[in-house]
Ligand binder design. Structure first.
Ligand code: ASP
Length: 338
């Protein structure tokens, strides 16, 4: 169990009354049930632990290295993480760890674990059970990077945090849950990704290039605003959050501004602003114009997954053509194409 920080391990600071992180021993004290498991659970805590708003790609690299270092020693890994950026971390880890054959389950809570009505206890206990679960052949039941939250197990790179208050804080709108937790843990095995081979060593992709920007379009967006984002110094790729099934204004001004940057070598990936559904740049003239301008489809992927996929692909390939080619592939279940 790896503790990174987040609400799950916070308590109120007497002076400022703000929530501040505590150390892992205090979490363990609050969840004495951990001792009742028949598993042996070791804990590791980052020092200092951080609010997940302070998560950085360098932190993801540290997390990957920690898992790699201990990969053979454990059957599964549970990461306690703040909820605010958990979907980013889960997405990043899914692309950074290749040939994963063990569960990596991220969880956290909306209320600190020491509070009476906390959701943290159940989240930790079920996450550990899921991380330890094996099938009839002794292989991991869910060898994926996942998020467990409020009785549901999600593929990590399909999630978005969509509720800042409710215990059901995450949503995976374009992919069904990997497991439902009630009296029994019901694994939806046909939806889980299994490795081609179980004995492959874990391969890390820790070279990330974060020269990426996100632009959410809106009615009235000016060419100057587009230029400011797409023309960011050093920027190699932009995630363009468009309307509906991948649509954007058809004005010559808008399309030619996008086209100008694509021609200069910028990779522009189209994802939808909608909570669910996919980009189809052939459906409306407004989408066709983007496709003709050289914009690449992000299909049904979340902004978080697209961003992290770009970080890894740009870190791996200097050629934009290669990055664009790989973007079209489903690398670890992040988009609904083969
Ligand atoms: N600000 C906290 C964090 O993301 C919120 C949480 O954990 O739910 O670290």
């Amino acid at each position: 169990m790896i503790y990174t920080g987040g609400t799950i391990g916070m308590k109120q600071d007497e002076k400022s009354l703000a929530l501040v992180p505590v150390d892992i021993s205090q979490i363990q004290e609050e969840v004495p049930e951990l001792k009742k498991f028949g598993y042996s659970i070791d804990t590791y805590s980052f020092d200092p632990v951080i609010d997940s708003s302070d998560i950085t790609p360098a932190f993801w690299v540290n997390l990957c290295n920690l898992i790699k270092k201990n990969y053979e020693k454990y059957d599964g890994f549970v990461i306690l993480h703040g909820t605010d950026t958990m979907s980013y971390t889960a997405s990043a880890l899914s692309f950074m760890m290749e040939d994963l054959a063990k569960p990596v389950v991220l969880t956290g809570s909306q209320l600190p674990v020491g509070m009476l009505r906390t959701d943290g206890k159940e989240n930790i206990i079920s996450s550990i059970e899921i991380a330890a679960a094996v099938d009839e052949t002794g292989h991991a039941m869910v060898p994926e990077v996942c998020i467990y939250f409020e009785s549901q197990l999600y593929r990590g790179n399909r999630t978005t945090k969509y509720n800042a208050e409710n215990f059901r804080a995450f949503r995976s709108a374009n992919y069904p849950v990997l497991a439902d937790v009630g009296i029994h843990i019901k694994f939806n095995r046909s939806l889980i990704q299994y490795p081609k081979r179980w004995d492959m060593p874990l391969k890390l992709r820790t070279k990330l290039d974060t020269n990426v920007a996100i632009l959410k379009i809106f009615p009235g967006i000016t060419p100057a605003a587009i230029d400011a984002v797409l023309g960011t110094k050093g920027c190699r790729a932009v995630v363009l959050e468009t309307f509906g099934s991948g649509n954007a204004p058809t004005t010559r001004q808008f399309v030619s501004t996008i086209k100008k940057w694509v021609k200069k070598g910028l990779i522009v990936v189209n994802v939808t602003q909608c909570q669910a559904g996919k980009v189809d740049m052939g459906a409306y003239a407004t989408g066709v114009a983007l496709r003709e301008a050289g914009v690449v489809s992000g299909y049904d992927s979340t902004t978080e997954a697209t961003l992290c996929k770009l970080f890894v692909l740009l870190g791996r390939y200097s050629s934009s053509a290669m990055v664009k080619k790989e973007l079209q592939k489903c690398l670890c279940g992040e988009i609904s194409i083969k």
